[in-house]
Design a protein around this ligand. Structure first.
Ligand code: 2AM
Length: 182
């Protein structure tokens, strides 16, 4: 099964992000726009994982969450990966990324490496993907114009999510969640 660790967002945050996406979509047009119910903060993508490894991952998630304090994230930055002038991903993130996010990412990264998963090469960037594009788009005019207006996100738990890819969009099912701080 296809799995990833993430942090889920409150409904009011998802609603505000959907409004940001609506404004962006009017400007950008085509693309694969993430369903608002699917918005999340990825912590670590694992890819295809044998079911037999699930108990170890559940243990790793539980431990990483217990060592993390609840934190907030100010969503005030619109960005593009790999770069704004030729982006394949449109995302919302933070101008001041909280150290707790980095710490959580590294705890999870260390735990999954210890389980034999290949290292993640990209450094963690706290972001929520709004859209993906088949051909790269120049997002610079949009980024210069739109500043996300989203309530502060209160992040309270780590989730191990299952992802099933479907033509109409991914279907995500939480397998387990652990409150930060135990
Ligand atoms: P994203 O947060 O930038 O969208 C589920 O697919 C989640 O895992 C997505 O949120 C996605 O990134 C993240 N992810 C990271 N690497 C991935 C990969 N190689 N393939 C698919 N998703 C990946």
């Amino acid at each position: 099964m296809r799995l990833f660790f993430c942090v889920e967002l409150a409904e009011e945050v998802k609603r505000a992000l959907a409004e940001v996406a609506r404004v962006c979509r009017t400007a950008l047009g085509d693309g694969s726009w993430v369903l608002p119910e699917n918005y999340h903060l990825t912590v670590r993508f694992l890819g295809e994982v044998a079911e037999a490894r699930l108990p170890q991952l559940l243990e790793a998630g539980k431990r990483a969450a217990a060592e993390t304090q609840p934190f907030t994230l100010t969503l005030d930055l619109l960005g593009g990966f790999p770069e704004p002038r030729a982006a394949r991903v449109l995302w919302v993130g933070s101008r001041a990324e909280p150290p707790e996010f980095q710490k959580l990412s590294w705890r999870v990264e260390e735990a999954v490496r210890a389980l034999g998963f290949p290292p993640e090469k990209k450094g963690p960037v706290a972001h929520i993907t709004l859209a993906r594009f088949k051909s790269p788009k120049d997002l610079r005019p949009l980024l210069a114009r739109v500043v996300p207006n989203v309530p502060e996100a209160k992040l309270a738990e780590l989730t191990l999510m299952r992802s099933e890819l479907r033509p109409e969009g991914a279907k995500y099912t939480p397998l387990a969640s652990w409150t930060f701080g135990g």
